[in-house]
Design a protein around this ligand. Structure first.
Ligand code: CTP
Ligand code: MG
Length: 380
């Protein structure tokens, strides 16, 4: 099988999809669309090189969206039109074969990649194609003219090329714009071989496509797991306490072996729960002196690493703090930011809640503070 360079086009503005940001950066099942589409190409055994073309000024946002994958990626800055963006990406390609893919198609399958690579053995260009199911007509000023659909196909990406042939086609096009690279290749007289397209490999184009995509992701069996955690620490007079990784000054402290951050402990237990790895005491026994006074963010980070080794990444977390004092409200934003930084989640995927127990029980009497956490994790 030939090796290929994946060139992922992520420089568009996604105007039709709306959503307030380029569609390739929007989250789908908790992960940016671009990361999903890049991952499928990166995971293919024949993928030798990964290039992502981003809009000028969006390199950081795109790196952020790619997460760990960005270490494998080389970047190019795109242009105002898709053709200009592809040209910029192509300039960075070193491999002999290139697959040009829309970042906005996160449901690409390895089978489509295989078919394209196969076809490249027989022709300089290949593209996935699907038949047109609906009747077609042209409408102009209220006049409807049927169009014969019997010879029409819908072209998807990736579109695959022998790199030099595509370079030559761009050269011959002399700056002209094409809707896709197959059109460019045909204009240069290159033979294009069609392979079977895939209805699942649709392009996120309109707002409703995101709803469909979320439903499809949710239907992928066994992809999500949930863990819960609970922790209590005694409150005592003191000069401040740590909660959800944030220091709250005041006349109280939390008593415990480590820094007694009940919020982080509950969340750590939730992570271990999701990963089926027991509880915090199994991993950080209070009898072990190295954890005395420890910054509890270490527990959470370590639990997340262990979960990652089992293939789990966080998608969302929700922490509830139960106490009469200290007042949590003024610190919620800082806690959210801190937990987002520790988990790698976006702040909108982290939630902090606080409640009192109406003066009832140990929390009501101010003897202790309790924390509950739930985390949702996705298998990679
Ligand atoms: N693309 C690109 N550079 C451009 C235009 C588009 O890299 N100047 C990329 C998009 O990021 C997308 C793919 O080409 O992944 C397919 O294009 P399209 O669906 O049209 O995306 P957008 O141009 O972003 O969307 P819209 O046309 O709705 O604004
Ligand atoms: Mg467009």
């Amino acid at each position: 099988m030939v090796r290929f360079t994946a060139c992922i086009m992520a420089a568009g503005r996604g105007e039709r999809a709306g959503g307030g940001q380029p569609k390739q950066l929007r989250l789908l099942a908790g992960r940016p669309v671009l990361a999903w589409s890049a991952q499928i190409l990166a995971d293919h055994p024949a993928c030798g090189e990964l290039i992502v073309v981003h809009a000028p000024g969006q390199r950081e946002a795109v790196m952020d969206a790619l997460g760990d994958l960005s270490a494998r990626v080389r970047f190019a800055s795109g242009g105002a039109t898709r053709s200009a963006s592809v040209r910029a990406g192509l300039a960075a390609v070193t491999g002999e074969h290139v697959l040009i893919h829309d970042a906005a198609r996160p449901f690409l399958s390895a089978e489509t990649i295989d078919a394209l690579l196969d076809a490249l053995g027989h022709a300089p260009c290949a593209a996935p194609a699907l038949p047109v199911a609906d009747a077609l007509a042209r409408e102009q000023d209220g006049e409807v003219t049927p169009v014969d659909r019997s010879r029409l196909v819908r072209l998807q990406t990736p579109q695959a090329f022998r790199t030099q042939a595509l370079r030559d086609a761009f050269e011959a096009a002399d700056g002209a714009d094409f809707p896709d690279e197959t059109a460019l290749a045909r204009a240069a007289g290159l033979e294009v071989r069609l392979v079977a397209g895939d209805e699942m490999n649709f392009k996120l184009t309109w707002p409703a496509d995101f709803d469909r995509a979320e439903r499809l992701m949710a239907g992928r069996g066994g992809a999500f797991v949930t863990g819960s955690g609970f922790d209590v620490h005694r409150l005592a007079p003191g000069d401040g306490l740590h909660l959800c990784g944030v220091f709250i000054a005041g006349d109280l402290c939390l008593v415990g072996h480590s820094d007694a951050d009940a919020g982080l402990h509950a969340l750590t237990d939730a992570v271990l729960g999701a990963a089926g790895l027991g509880d915090i005491g199994d991993h950080f026994p209070p009898s072990d002196m190295q954890w005395k006074g420890a910054d509890s963010s270490r527990f959470l980070t370590h639990a997340l690493e262990l979960a990652a080794q089992t293939g789990l990444a966080p998608v969302h977390c929700d922490v509830t703090l139960i106490c009469e004092r200290p007042k949590i409200g003024p610190h919620k934003a800082a806690m959210k930011a801190r937990l987002a930084a520790l988990t790698g989640l976006r702040p909108e995927r982290v939630n902090i809640k606080a409640t009192t127990t109406e003066g009832l029980g140990f929390t009501g009497r101010g003897e202790g503070l309790a924390a509950q956490a739930v985390i949702t994790m996705r298998s990679a």
